[in-house]
Design a binder for this molecule. Sequence first.
Ligand SMILES: [Mn+2]
Length: 314
Amino acid sequence: MWELSGPGAKSSTLITFYPAFMKRELDIAILSDVHLGTYGCHARELLNYLKSIKPAMLILNGDFIDMWQFRKRYFPKEHIQVIQRILKMSASGTKVYYITGNHDDLLRRYSDFSSGNIHLRDKLILNLKGQNYWIFHGDIFDLFIRYSPFISRIGGKGYDWLIRLNRFINKLRRFMGMSQMSFAKKVKYRVKEAVKFISDFENTALKLAAEEDYDYVICGHIHRPQMRAEEVKGKKVTYLNSGDWVENLTALEYNWGRWSIYEYDEADFQYVNPILSVKEAREDADEEVVASPSVEEVFLEIIRKPVEGKQSAG
Ligand SMILES: [Mn+2]
């Protein structure tokens, strides 16, 4: 929005005054479990975040689009804008890796497809400063860990329903001057089984990474942001998890050779740097929104968008 862009931008002089330094430059940003297409997805907040950064590499580590929920045809404007924002980032130089997860496993048959700066993969192996990284969504561990029926139920449709119920109750609570509460967090965190599931997941990842001789393993899937270093059989392994954009609103950021977990804070956008807030932002000429696209339209747009190519006439 405030970068000087192509011919489409009607470049009101105001826009050119917003300096580029307001975008944080990052080497790598990792997001997972955005679950576009579900009621739980905090797309507006994610848009705020995406507009505030300029990463050299953006890794979408699985469950970016929730294709399991698609038949409901819930795909509001902000959800499309998230996709458009990412396409725009890729067009202006950000290398985007779309790693498949279990909710977008339909895309696995297109894996290792690349178009311009966008790369679809099932996993990603990186070497940063001599350290080997193993990056994948993590649903593969479901085969190793025994789920309790309770957990698998929250993972599915019931979970989406729970979030809607939660929103409704929070509306009532707000109305009565009470503080907000998160069912999803309560359910997921308080239940002993869930805690055990999370630690099983993390331990499995650490153990396998050590066996495969990786220094870092980075996952998503369990909606639990984490940075944890352990010594496994004499080898130091670090487990990172980027969390999600349903409950935690977090991302992993790599800059100046260091990892950190970004936690979304509405206040940063409303008060500290209001110009970054989507609500305040002017509509971009090139960000027009197509009304309710079909499933195919949405994900075909991602995988076949000619990023650098000019649009062919007609
Ligand atoms: Mn998942």
